[in-house]
Structure formats: structure tokens, C-alpha cells
Write a protein that binds this ligand. Structure first.
Ligand code: IVH
Length: 676
């Protein structure tokens, strides 16, 4: 494929993806990606187009604003196009914006421009046509040229005047503004939508206006489209007129000149953001004077006289309402800040992790503090800094609890490797004995890589836990479905479905089962090793009876840390009871024997030193493929010690003393070759 066709192919792929995102966002109100990911894709498409003029597509995001109207509504043309705005992210972007304007107007540097600075509400724009003072039609933005006729739905919004009988109101005008939902009203809808914007869009585009009416949508006006008889000369006067005519306008609008003052206002408003009852994602600056606006005109689909100064898409300022301590599956106490809900990159954030006790001390984080929260990718949002200047005089240092809510004293473990105490405070490894840890262990028990029970996710485990339906793993297989059927939001069908999914998972492989137990330091890989070692559930259960834990050290990959944790698990009566109960309820399969027919069958190996051109992992899998085993220390059970460069001398000495065969890499490969 030549270079041109490769670029075309990549370009098309990106456009298809973009269309898909748009469809979900605009038609289904179900964004597939975060706002920043969406913007990133848009930027990539823009750059490809810019660097390859041979690409021309109707679908180019540069030529469309928003999305084609969905099929549910009648369409109609906007008399004057609904434009989009260019974005600015930094002071430098603003300086350039102003420079372009002064250049275009052929003014000297220092020419003072007044801007109407309007916090940019993150909602859905709409255009309301008034004829002779009557609201006659309302359109959504659609693709900027053609919108959807949503008059009936807009008619349900109280903030939209239906009749204006003031003398100076234009004969005809399209009043444009934003339909949105207040954060406090979003509280009731947050289970259904990712953020207030989606809730507003979803509500506004309900097929039945009666459904729209149920949701408290608001409207704020900020611009106009077609007009006949408008008698104002600048944006700030227009905004004042809107108010007189009975429209709501943004209470934080300001008239400002000079980039420095714009930045001060921006910082000021960003700090206030969490206290506002509506989502804003930046500030719009518009050249105030309409005569200058007219001269400046448009570029592509955005005016040259306006720009949207966006807030960072992954950081926001908010306030800590409370600090909660969450207990994890391994007993770790994690402090979580409950913050005033704030939209970060399209996601409503109300919790931010504070990591651990040391972090709280280091940053001196307190309840009531104004903090900057970051949300990047799929990582849990976290507090990055505190604005100490905003702190009240009577604020107190946060005292980290020394006890787990189960009543036990917590500890900080000593890490032998770093020779330091851990930063994390823990409820000692009490497993199911601590009711808070137990709940987390249950969530792990049903998780994807463990039992993976459809319809029994974390939230439901949490609910069933509170209702005393599930306290220990065995309860999952003895659920009271008659009771579940009667719970809010359940019913016969859902309960039957759950029963079906639970029953389906009663048969499970030994390795998944071991992993499900959530023994500390036993992840997927170690569970696999243990399953292979034990072969059957019976052997695993007998481990405590035989009290022969040290033999586990023969398994390559299992060390002292894992051993202590396994011992601890089997030393608790509650765990033995759980195993016995589960044994009765489940069908735990024997671990699959790896072929026992290979040339290395019944032979064990240990490698010391570095081998040539082959990794430890590869040697291990070579040995296992040929039915051999690998161990981690020299003992009587070892058959071959393979030595590479810089081996551990004591291992060789121990092996010789035990008359174990010591071989080098070539000799090892010869043993393998003999057979293949
Ligand atoms: S003016 C001609 N003013 O931002 C300029 N838009 O990306 C376009 N928005 O579609 C409209 N607050 O949904 C303007 N004070 C404001 C605004 C505002 C929010 C939205 C609007 C528009 C989008 C542009």
C-alpha cells in the first residue's frame, strides 16, 4: 500500500470512530468516551486533514457542528447558522487570539478591546424564535444549519418566556442560549446519566413533552441569530436587555479588557466552580462591540470575535465535605475525600482518594479545605494540592483513626525490603473475621477473574450485604430468591436470572477457586501455581491438617511472604468452615494435569545465574511443556541445578553436597534435544 492510501485508511478509520462517538453522544445520550478523549480524536482528524490536502470528507468534524439531528424530530433550517467556538487553553492562546483581532482590524498593539466574559454553561444550546412577541418555534443546534424542532419540549421550561409584550422587543428574533440542569436537581438523576449535560440532553429530547416536563430544565440566554428590530450596539447591553425582557442571564457575566484581567477573572471563577449550582466548562470571551464583531466575521464555523477559554479537562477545584475511611480487601485503610460534586472532563466526581495516612500528614489535608482534584484516564480521582489561603481559622488537623471500624487496632507493617514501615495502615490480616474486610472479599469473590457471576456486581453485593442476604461466600449459593424477588427494582424475572447465573457458576476450576478466596499475595498467577501443586480441592483443604506448609516453598514463585499469608488463612476457623461449606455446595474441578508424558516427567529443575539468549520465564515454560517442574530452592527433591553466568555459589555447594546433578545451559538443551 502506498503512503497516500495508508493515510486515507487511517483517516477513514478515525472518521468512522468519530461518527460512532457522535451517534452515541447525540442520539443516545450515552457517551462512549470522556470529553477529553473525544476532543483528542477531533484534533487528530484535524491534523491529518491539515497535513494532507487531498483528503476531503463531508463527515469532517471541521465542517460540522455537533451532529445531524436524530430522526425522532422534525427538522428545520436555522435562518442564521448556529456557530461553534474556537478553544483557548492558556494565556498564550489568549494573547494570540487578541493579536489576530488587532492585526485583522489593522490596529496598533495596545488597542483596547472590551470583552463580554461569560461563564460557559455546559448544556445544550437552543434557538428560540419569537415573532411579534410570541415564542413560535424552538430548534436544537443540530449540525448548525439544520436543527430539530423541539418546540413542545422547550415549552415545558419555565425560564423560557412564552409571550413578551414590551415595546422595544424586536418584531422577530431568534434568542439563543443554553438548556441545562442544575447540579442539585441532577442528584436525583445521577444513576441514569453520566453528568448533568447528558441528563439535560436526554430530557430535552424525550419524544413525549410530558416526560420533559418532569425534569427541572433551566434556560440561560446569551446570544441571538436572525433579528429584525434589535436596537442594541454591544453584547453587554444585549445581555441587559435580555434580563428586562424576562430571560435569565448568567449572574457571573462581566465586561473586561486586557488579557491579564481575563486570566484573573478565569482563575477567580475556576475557584468558585464547585460552589455553583450549574456546570461550567470554561469562559466565553466575546468582543463587546457589535460593529467590530461584524467587521471581524467568521472563520470556518466559528466567529473570529469570540473564543472559549476552557478549564483543564482533568483537573478541578472543589471543597472537601468529609473524609471517610474505606477498608480494602486486604485490610488497608484508605482515606477518601467526599468533595462537592464537580464535573471533570465530562464525569461528575464526588470522591477523591487521599491515598494513605502519610499523604494526609504530608499535605496537611483537612475537612473543609479547598483542593485541586485530578482525574486522568481510568485512574481514581485524587487530591493533588490544598489551597491553604482558603482555609478557615478554626480548621483542625485531620486525625487518622487508629482503629478499624470492626474495633480492632490497626497496624503499619514493617517492610523487610525497604526497611521502613509501610505508609498504609491496616486492620491486621483478619479476613472474614473483620466485617468490613469481609464485604470487600465478597466483592472480590464474585469479580470477573474469580466466580464472575453475571448480575452480581459490586453494588448488588453491597446491597445484599446490608440486607443480611450475604455475609459469607457460601451465602451466595443459598440465596433467598423469594425475598430478592420482592426487593425494590427486582421481581420474578430478575431473581430467576440471578439464580440461573449463580447456579451456572457452581462448577469452577481449582485455580479460579483459589484466586476467589482472596488470600493476600495470592493473585491469579500464584493461584495457578497452587492449583497445579495441589491438583484437587481435597488436597488443598488438607493442608492445614498436615501442617506441612514449608513444602509449598518448593513451588517456584511461592516465597516466604505468600507462605505466611497462606498459613494465616488456614489458621482461622472461619476460613476452614467456609471451605467445608463451599465443598458441599460447589463442584470444584481437579486441576488439569499438564502432560505427564514429556521427557522431563518427574524431574525438577532450578536455575541459578543468568542464561544466554533465553529468559527464566522461557526456561520455565520449556520445562513445564516437557512435563518437568521448577522449584525455588535446593533440596533433596531437586534433580538438576542449571548454572548460568554468575551463579549463587552456595546453591552449587548445597547441590553437590546433596549429590544433585549440576549442569550448564548446553547440557540442559541437550537433554531436551535428545527427545525432540
Ligand atoms: S455564543 C457565536 N455564549 O458553547 C458563538 N455560547 O462551543 C456561539 N455556550 O454552542 C455561541 N455559554 O452551546 C455562547 N455565553 C455563551 C455560551 C455559549 C455556553 C455554548 C453553546 C455553544 C458552544 C460553543
Amino acid at each position: 500500500m502506498n503512503k497516500k492510501s495508508t493515510i486515507k485508511l487511517i483517516y477513514k478509520k478515525k472518521l468512522d470512530l468519530f461518527q460512532k462517538y457522535n451517534k452515541f453522544y447525540f442520539d443516545k445520550n450515552q457517551p462512549l468516551v470522556s470529553d477529553s478523549e473525544y476532543d483528542e480524536l477531533k484534533k487528530e482528524i484535524y491534523l491529518i486533514e491539515k497535513n494532507n490536502i487531498f483528503l476531503k470528507s463531508k463527515n469532517s468534524p471541521l465542517k460540522t457542528v455537533g451532529h445531524k439531528p436524530s430522526k425522532n424530530f422534525k427538522k428545520a433550517n436555522h435562518k442564521v447558522r448556529m456557530l461553534s467556538l474556537a478553544n483557548a487553553f492558556s494565556e498564550e492562546d489568549l494573547i494570540n487570539f487578541e493579536k489576530k483581532i488587532t492585526n485583522f482590524l489593522s490596529k496598533k498593539e495596545g488597542f483596547k478591546i472590551s470583552y463580554s466574559a461569560e461563564p460557559k454553561i455546559d448544556g445544550i444550546s437552543a434557538s428560540l424564535t419569537y415573532k411579534n412577541g410570541n415564542f413560535v418555534r424552538g430548534l436544537s443546534r443540530g449540525d448548525g444549519k439544520e436543527g430539530e424542532d423541539i418546540t413542545e419540549n422547550l415549552n415545558t421550561i419555565k425560564d423560557i418566556p412564552k409571550k413578551i409584550s414590551l415595546k422595544d422587543f424586536p418584531k422577530e428574533i431568534d434568542i439563543r442560549g443554553e438548556v441545562f440542569i442544575q447540579n442539585s436537581d441532577f442528584e436525583y438523576l445521577k444513576d441514569k446519566f453520566a453528568n448533568p449535560r447528558n441528563a439535560a440532553s436526554g430530557s430535552l429530547r424525550q419524544k413525549n413533552p410530558e416526560d420533559t416536563k418532569k425534569i427541572p430544565l433551566k434556560f440561560i440566554a446569551y446570544t441571538f441569530g436572525f433579528e429584525n428590530g434589535l436596537k442594541v450596539e454591544n453584547q453587554s447591553d444585549y445581555l441587559s436587555q435580555l434580563k428586562i425582557w424576562g430571560f435569565k442571564i448568567n449572574p457571573l457575566n462581566k465586561l473586561i479588557s486586557g488579557v491579564k484581567n481575563l486570566i484573573d477573572n478565569y482563575n477567580d471563577i475556576e475557584k468558585k466552580r464547585a460552589d455553583l449550582d450549574f456546570d461550567i466548562d470554561g469562559i466565553v470571551y466575546k468582543v463587546n462591540d457589535f460593529a467590530l464583531q461584524k467587521r471581524l466575521g467568521n472563520v470556518a464555523n466559528a466567529p473570529r470575535w469570540a473564543v472559549a477559554h476552557k478549564f483543564s479537562s482533568n483537573k478541578a477545584v472543589s471543597q472537601i465535605k468529609d473524609i471517610e475511611i474505606q477498608i480494602g480487601r486486604t485490610g488497608a485503610l484508605t482515606p477518601v475525600a467526599k468533595i462537592k460534586p464537580i464535573n471533570i472532563g465530562g464525569v461528575q466526581v464526588s470522591n477523591a482518594t487521599l491515598h494513605n495516612e502519610d499523604e494526609i500528614i504530608r499535605k496537611d489535608i483537612r475537612i473543609g479545605d479547598t483542593v485541586t482534584v485530578e482525574r486522568a484516564g481510568d485512574v481514581i480521582p485524587h487530591v493533588i494540592s490544598v489551597d491553604v489561603s482558603k482555609r478557615k481559622n478554626n480548621s483542625n488537623k485531620f486525625i487518622f483513626p487508629k482503629k478499624c471500624p470492626c474495633g480492632y487496632n490497626t497496624i503499619k507493617e514493617f517492610n523487610k525490603l525497604t526497611k521502613k514501615f509501610d505508609a498504609v495502615r491496616r486492620c491486621p490480616d483478619r479476613g472474614f473475621e473483620c466485617n468490613r474486610i469481609a464485604k470487600e472479599k465478597l466483592k472480590h469473590f464474585v469479580s470477573k477473574e474469580a466466580f464472575n457471576i453475571d448480575g452480581l456486581g459490586k453494588k448488588i453485593v453491597e446491597k445484599f450485604w446490608e440486607l443480611n442476604l450475604i455475609k459469607l461466600p457460601q451465602d451466595i449459593f443459598k440465596l433467598d430468591y423469594k425475598r430478592i424477588e420482592k426487593l425494590d427494582g427486582w421481581g420474578r424475572l430478575s431473581a430467576d436470572n440471578l439464580r440461573y447465573s449463580v447456579d451456572e457458576k457452581k462448577q469452577i476450576s481449582l485455580e479460579r477457586f483459589i484466586y476467589s478466596l482472596g488470600i493476600r499475595h495470592i493473585g491469579l498467577e500464584n493461584a495457578k501455581l497452587l492449583a497445579r501443586y495441589f491438583g484437587s480441592f481435597h488436597n488443598l483443604k488438607n493442608l492445614s491438617k498436615k501442617n506441612n506448609y514449608n513444602e509449598l516453598l518448593n513451588i517456584d514463585g511461592i516465597g516466604e511472604t505468600q507462605l505466611v499469608s497462606i498459613k494465616n488463612f488456614f489458621s482461622k476457623d472461619i476460613n476452614i468452615k467456609i471451605l467445608n461449606e463451599l465443598d458441599k455446595l460447589l463442584n470444584i474441578q481437579q486441576a488439569k494435569n499438564i502432560s505427564k508424558k514429556g521427557i522431563l516427567r518427574d524431574k525438577s529443575f532450578l536455575v541459578t545465574g543468568k542464561l544466554n539468549n533465553i529468559s527464566r520465564a522461557e526456561v520455565k515454560s520449556l520445562i513445564e511443556e516437557n512435563s518437568g517442574t521448577t522449584v525455588s530452592s535446593v533440596s533433596k527433591k531437586l534433580n538438576y541445578l542449571i548454572i548460568g553466568e554468575k551463579p549463587t555459589k552456595s546453591k552449587i555447594e548445597d547441590a553437590k553436597a546433596l549429590k544433585i546433578k549440576v549442569i550448564n545451559q548446553d547440557e540442559f538443551l541437550k537433554i531436551l534435544n535428545k527427545t525432540s
